[in-house]
Structure formats: C-alpha cells, structure tokens
Design a protein around this ligand. Structure first.
Ligand code: GTP
Ligand code: MG
Length: 252
C-alpha cells in the first residue's frame, strides 16, 4: 500500500461549506484539492477537504446525528469525542454543529466529521440541507420517551426523501442506562430495525455503552466501501450483532 500519511483523501462534497471553526456553515465553497489517495492499489481521486483541521487522515466521511430533541445526540457525540457525559440541565442544540474525530480503522486513519443536528422541529429545514452530503446517519430515539420511538418512522421518511440512497444508516436506542424510566423495550427497537433492514443497538451517553461501537461500525463500513478491498469481507449487520453489548453490561 503506498498510502501517504496526511494526504487528505476521500471527503465530502462542498455544500454546505463546513470550514467554520464554530461548526456553523460559512456559506463559502470549500477549498478544492486535486490530490489522489492510493489505498490497497485502488486509486481514489480526492475530493475537497471537509475542514481546515490539521489532523492527519487518509479518508474522511460525514456522519449525521438525527432524531427528536432530547434523545441525547449532543451527549452521544461528546461521549464519543471527549469520553465525558454532559450532565446537568439540558441545552438544546440550535441549528447544527460538528466535531471531528480521527479513528484508526485497521491501520487506516478514518476521519469522521460528525454533524450534531437540532432535533427541534423549527430547525428541520436547516437539517434537510445537510442530508445529501452525509455518508452515514445515526438515527436516535430515547428508550425513556415513547414518542421519540414512534417518530422514527417519520424520520425514516425524511431520510429517504433527503439523504443519498446508499447512505449508511443505523438505529440507536439511547439512554439504555435508565432502567427505571424505560418505556421502549430493546425487542421493540430490534423489531423496528429489522422491519427497515437497518443495524440497531442500544446506547448510553451516560455510561458509554456501545458509543464507541456505533461510530466504529459506521467507520468500518464506510472505509470498506471506500477501499473496496476484495480480501476484506466486512458486513455491518454481522459486525454489530457480534460486538453489541446489552444494557447493564460494561462500558464500551
Ligand atoms: N440517563 C441518560 N440521560 C441522557 C443520555 N444522553 C443524554 N441524556 C440527557 O438527555 C438530555 C438531552 O440530551 P442532549 O444530548 O442535549 O439531547 P439532543 O438530542 O442533543 O437534543 P437537541 O439538541 O434538542 O436535539 C440531557 O439532559 C442529557 O443529560 C443517556 O445516555 N442517559
Ligand atoms: Mg443537541
């Protein structure tokens, strides 16, 4: 493999521009780069870098967190990025923001640019504009909030309308640590996910349950699709089923 460290690889397209350090779109087109990334003998024409971050990576992807307000999207991202839980009063996200994280996936540096969307209805049109550039979507509901689960159907309708057809999609039932307040059974989540053919797991931003796994699974799938290495057999559903931990179990 003649991969060059630090060469900006396959990245998201430029609209909306994401070069603002605050994570807010600047409206400016992203810089374009004529570089090429070579991975496992497969040459990938590079696309524009998706941020000005100086962190080295080989390939980059956009992942979006979506779901009703209060399901724990921001907390999940903070847990993944910083390993901490945002306890205390709930501060609802306004508009959209992003955080970057570079993961080492089987020796390849995969950069995830993770977009944290606002779940509130009034920001829905902002979110719509970002769907088409997303390579993966993590769709969350809250196991202590039945309406957030019931709304998954309409989120899926929205996703089918606005996202790319081949977007990697995963359903997450968050707040699995809240045993006393739980109103959605794990089996209900599993049934719904099966119905729509998407991988599923329960997570907890509070305990860390399956948080790393959710992002790792998505990164592995995106990397697999990108490199198309015939010797590498990766099946997202199988990987998730094998690795997933149940609520009450250990930290991820
Ligand atoms: N027990 C428990 N509480 C959580 C968990 N994740 C988030 N919370 C709490 O749920 C509330 C909402 O969390 P956020 O992450 O802000 O929710 P959000 O989905 O980003 O909401 P919007 O930004 O409005 O879309 C906060 O009070 C969090 O502390 C979790 O895994 N377990
Ligand atoms: Mg939020």
């Amino acid at each position: 493999m003649s991969r060059k460290k630090g060469l900006r690889g396959k990245a998201a397209s430029s609209s909306p521009s994401t070069d603002s350090p605050t994570g807010k779109s600047t409206g400016k087109p992203a810089r374009s780069s004529p570089g090429i990334v070579q991975m496992n003998g497969v040459v990938h024409p590079s696309r524009p870098p998706i941020s000005n971050s100086s962190e080295f990576y080989d390939i980059a992807f956009k992942v979006m967190l979506v779901g009703d307000s209060g399901v724990g999207k921001t907390c999940l991202l903070v847990r993944f990025k910083d390993g901490a839980f945002l306890a205390g009063s709930f501060i609802s996200t306004v508009g959209i923001d992003f955080r970057n994280k570079v993961m080492n996936i089987d020796g390849v540096k995969v950069k995830l640019q993770i977009w944290d969307t606002a779940g509130q209805e009034r920001f829905r049109s902002v979110t719509h504009a970002y769907y088409r550039d997303a390579h993966a979507l993590l769709l969350l509901y809250d196991v202590t909030n039945k309406s957030s689960f019931d709304n998954i159907q309409s989120w899926l309708t929205e996703i089918h309308e606005y996202a790319q057809q081949d977007v990697v999609l995963m359903l997450l039932g968050n707040k699995a640590d809240s045993a006393h307040d739980r109103v959605v059974k794990r089996e209900d989540g599993e049934r719904l996910a099966k119905e729509f053919g998407v991988p599923f797991m329960e997570t907890s931003a509070r305990s860390g349950l399956n948080v790393e796994l959710a992002f790792t699974a998505v990164a592995k799938e995106l990397k697999h699709r990108s490199t198309k290495d015939p010797s590498e057999k990766f099946k997202l559903q199988e990987y998730v089923s094998k690795e997933v931990k149940g609520a009450g179990c250990c930290r991820s």
